[in-house]
Ligand binder design. Structure first.
Ligand code: AHM
Ligand code: MG
Length: 336
């Protein structure tokens, strides 16, 4: 990995592509398209309080949740950037019921990548000026090129991901991604619209002192999770831990990766499958976590091993510093 000063994301992409002599450049183009859309969405998110784009559009998405205008905007921008560059053959979005095929039945179309995206995660935070994010996940299609993409292409286990990343629209805007060779973070200089490598080779600290969970749901959690939360709060050794919950997965995860911590969205007596979506949220974050020396599990199993059964599947999600996730697992295992 280059240690050059003022290294831009564009330069980083080119340098990394040339490190792989057989690379066709498709994945680089794809990341470039996401980089561009991220800037456009960032611009819009930043002025959300100023213009009439803020507020609900009055439609509900497939999850039955109210869509905000910015969700729709971000969804369009990311999809358009990917379509315009003619580099993917299919896209699935958290905001749409079905996946879309992009000329995938055209024999001349040799594009092999599909993208799954949560265009604006944590969008209920927009109205109150709290950080939101975009999450993306890239796979190689498994059906042959030149034939229509099918649901099978999208329902691959997370361990098949070729790339994954997120953009956090926070106090500064960052793009963090992996192609399976570690995790790197780039910060946007908004004055000139350039992402600079600011966080090379990101790693979760081995352990930490932050636990992140919506404790308002405590009484609905299963006993293993309740016991672990009590463990976090106990005055013993390096505890009690600090509780931090933004309610924006990208920001909560990002903070924990930098400072050391554990993120939890368990199943409960009110949400049997948890809340987060396996394909758009958990798999990409799990890939990043593992590439950054962290862990991501869904109760008993590794998130990346789960074979999805539907596009909008939800799953319990626990991710963060290795030792903290291992300790949580000890508690969960007691009640399996
Ligand atoms: P969204 O995709 O509808 O924005 O929901 C996902 C968000 C996550 O960012 C966040 O971690 C979680 O929902 C918060 O849920 P809750 O309000 O139940 O704590
Ligand atoms: Mg989401």
């Amino acid at each position: 990995m280059s240690q050059k000063k003022n290294f831009t994301l564009g330069e980083f992409i080119i340098e990394n592509q040339s490190a792989f002599p057989y690379s066709t450049g498709e994945l680089s183009k794809l990341i470039n398209a996401i980089r561009l859309a991220a800037k456009v969405v960032n611009h819009e998110v930043n002025k959300a309080g100023l213009v009439d784009i803020i507020g609900e559009i009055g439609e509900t998405n497939i999850q039955g949740e109210e869509q905000k205008k910015l969700d729709v905007f971000a969804n369009e921008k990311f999809i358009q950037a990917l379509i315009n560059r003619e580099i993917v053959c299919g896209i699935a979005s958290e905001e749409a019921e079905d996946f879309i095929s992009i000329n995938s039945n055209d024999e001349r179309n040799q594009n092999k990548y599909i993208v799954l995206i949560d265009p604006l995660d944590g969008s209920s935070n927009i109205d109150v000026n709290v950080s939101v994010g975009t999450i993306f996940s890239v796979y190689r299609r498994i059906t042959p090129v030149g034939t229509p993409v099918t649901l099978k292409d999208f329902l691959q286990p997370g361990k098949n991901q070729v790339a994954a990343g997120y953009i956090v629209y926070g106090t500064s805007t960052m793009l963090v991604y992996t192609t399976g060779h570690g995790v790197n973070g780039f910060t946007l200089n908004p004055a000139i619209g350039t992402f600079y490598l600011s966080h090379p080779e990101m790693q979760f600290p081995e352990t930490g002192n932050i636990y992140t969970v919506n404790e308002g749901n405590y009484i609905h959690f299963h006993q293993g999770v309740k016991d672990y939360i009590k463990y976090c709060q106990k005055e013993e050794e390096d505890r009690p831990y600090t509780s931090r919950y933004i309610g924006s997965l990208v920001s909560d995860f990002h903070r924990n990766m930098i400072k050391g911590g554990i993120y939890m969205y368990p199943k409960s007596s009110i949400t049997e499958e948890g809340k987060l979506r396996l394909l758009y949220e958990c798999n990409p974050m799990a890939f990043i976590a593992e590439q950054a020396n962290g862990l991501a599990i869904s109760g008993g199993s590794r998130i990346l091993d789960v074979v999805p059964t539907e596009l909008h599947q939800r799953i319990p999600f626990f991710s963060g510093s290795r030792k903290m996730v291992e300790k949580l697992k000890e508690f969960l295992d007691r009640y399996e």
